[in-house]
Design a protein around this ligand. Structure first.
Ligand SMILES: *[C@@H]1O[C@H](CO)[C@@H](O)[C@H](O)[C@H]1NC(C)=O
Ligand SMILES: *[C@@H]1O[C@H](CO)[C@@H](O)[C@H](O)[C@H]1NC(C)=O
Ligand SMILES: *[C@@H]1O[C@H](CO)[C@@H](O)[C@H](O)[C@H]1NC(C)=O
Ligand SMILES: *[C@@H]1O[C@H](CO)[C@@H](O)[C@H](O)[C@H]1NC(C)=O
Ligand SMILES: *[C@@H]1O[C@H](CO)[C@@H](O)[C@H](O)[C@H]1NC(C)=O
Length: 385
């Protein structure tokens, strides 16, 4: 029996009898992956070269030296009008009005497709589901699924890593505020997240280091936790037991093109982060102008990654929106443009391709994209640096 199947069976309280184990535990795993599918996607094993691109990097490569393509608001890939309508009855419990789906949608392919196409960093935004029983994924007020939750989606990653043991994954977890009228990052939420990230299964799939990144070799087949959450409602023993790099939300300044965040004061380990997600242009600015501002912040930060602090972590967010603008610049418009009549040079992704081609053999760090699959050579260019 594989370790992950045992963990599923244990979680479900189905410690199987000897002799029955492989059949029952594979049914249990199938059920868990089915529940996860609205966020993780339908599990199909695929072994193309991009699904295992880390095979060509030596074990002693430091993770901070690697170029890691990621996705921003990864869970939003199926958030259409139909999804919003389907979840509206449940969302009503949240006592909030939810704006148009274009406001929230930042991707169009499932997690498993992202993984198979080379994506290795995921932005996971969780909060309590509308019935206050489990942690599910949101983008602001938009509930993204009621059946796929933090627990079962993690099993999708565990299964994928079993199928691709050469790879390492970065999962960023962030508490999503403004999901429901009275929702807060309280002790109940923090306890659920703690339990998911320290379960027996999590202990065997998450790298157990705290506040430092090691080598690729030590992280293959495992997940590196990027903690954009505090455990401030729980006793300090919980904080002590939590692995991963801690990016306290209190230090992650809002809409900042140059965040300098020390995540390990003892060893003086600092991360350089660009998270300028809403260009500060005057209302009524054109999409082209907003795209320019965002491209400028993104490319300037990547230039820093290629030239400064070679042993520090660089984490650049190429994602953006300006939904307060008139007309609104949805994430898709920012990433891909709005048709050549309005945005002749395309969106941030289009502008990044020639820029990235000039960064050959350089460290660019972790870069989080919206609509990562367009233009279709974006990730190929990134992975060939
Ligand atoms: C995507 O959303 C639609 C509309 O809610 C739903 O019918 C479909 O099953 C979803 N797709 C997946 C893969 O969950
Ligand atoms: C969930 O918890 C919130 C905050 O405590 C509360 O306002 C809300 O009524 C609860 N919802 C349900 C369905 O129990
Ligand atoms: C900590 O590291 C930063 C660069 O990452 C450096 O500028 C600073 O001088 C260091 N501080 C100490 C106390 O070593
Ligand atoms: C471009 O980026 C640089 C570096 O972040 C910043 O100093 C400058 O103000 C930006 N210019 C515009 C127009 O956004
Ligand atoms: C995008 O293009 C449409 C026409 O196709 C236009 O109505 C809309 O205002 C444009 N939006 C932006 C942000 O430029």
């Amino acid at each position: 029996m594989k370790a992950n199947s045992l963990a599923v069976a244990t979680i479900l309280g189905l410690l199987p009898l000897p002799g029955q184990c492989s059949k029952l535990s594979s049914f249990a795993l199938e059920k868990v992956l089915e529940d996860a599918s609205q966020i993780f996607g339908t599990y199909v094993k695929n072994t193309n070269s991009k699904a295992e691109w880390m095979k060509s990097y030596p074990d002693d490569t430091l993770l901070v030296h690697m170029n890691i393509p990621g996705t921003h608001d990864s869970s939003t890939w199926n958030y259409t009008q139909a999804t919003q309508d389907a979840l509206l009855g449940i969302t009503d419990l949240n006592q909030v009005t939810v704006p148009a789906p274009e406001t929230f949608r930042c991707q169009e392919l499932s997690f498993i497709k992202m993984l198979d196409m080379g994506i290795r960093a995921f932005d996971m935004r969780y909060a309590m589901d509308p019935t206050n029983t489990s942690l599910v994924f949101y983008h602001s007020e938009a509930l993204l699924s009621e059946t796929a939750n933090v627990d079962n989606v993690l099993f999708g990653f565990y299964q994928w890593l079993d199928d691709h043991p050469s790879e390492t994954i970065f999962l960023s977890f962030q508490y999503e505020g403004s999901t429901a009228k009275y929702a807060s990052n309280d002790a109940a939420v923090q306890t659920l997240l703690f339990n998911s990230l320290t379960s027996p299964a999590a202990k065997s799939y998450f790298v157990q280091r705290k506040n430092s990144l090691g080598t690729l070799g030590s992280a293959r087949g495992k997940i590196n936790l990027l903690r954009r959450f505090d455990l401030d409602e729980l006793p300090s023993s919980y904080e002590d037991a939590m692995p991963g790099l801690h990016f306290s939300p209190s230090l992650w300044t809002d809409n900042d093109p140059n965040i300098v965040l020390t995540y390990n004061t003892k060893e003086n380990l600092t991360a350089y982060i660009e998270d300028y997600y809403e260009p500060t242009t005057p209302t009524g600015s054109s999409a082209t102008e907003n795209i320019r501002w965002k491209y400028n912040a993104t490319s300037s930060h990547i230039v820093k990654a290629t030239t400064e602090e070679p042993d520090s972590l660089f984490w650049t967010w190429a994602s953006s929106e300006n939904t307060d603008n008139t007309p609104p610049d949805w994430p898709q418009i920012m990433a891909l443009g709005n048709g050549t009549a309005y945005t002749p040079t395309g969106g941030v992704n289009n502008l990044l391709i020639p820029f990235l081609k000039e960064q050959k053999n350089r460290r660019v760090g972790i870069v989080m994209f919206d609509f990562f699959d367009q233009p279709e050579d974006l990730i190929d260019v990134f992975l060939s640096l």
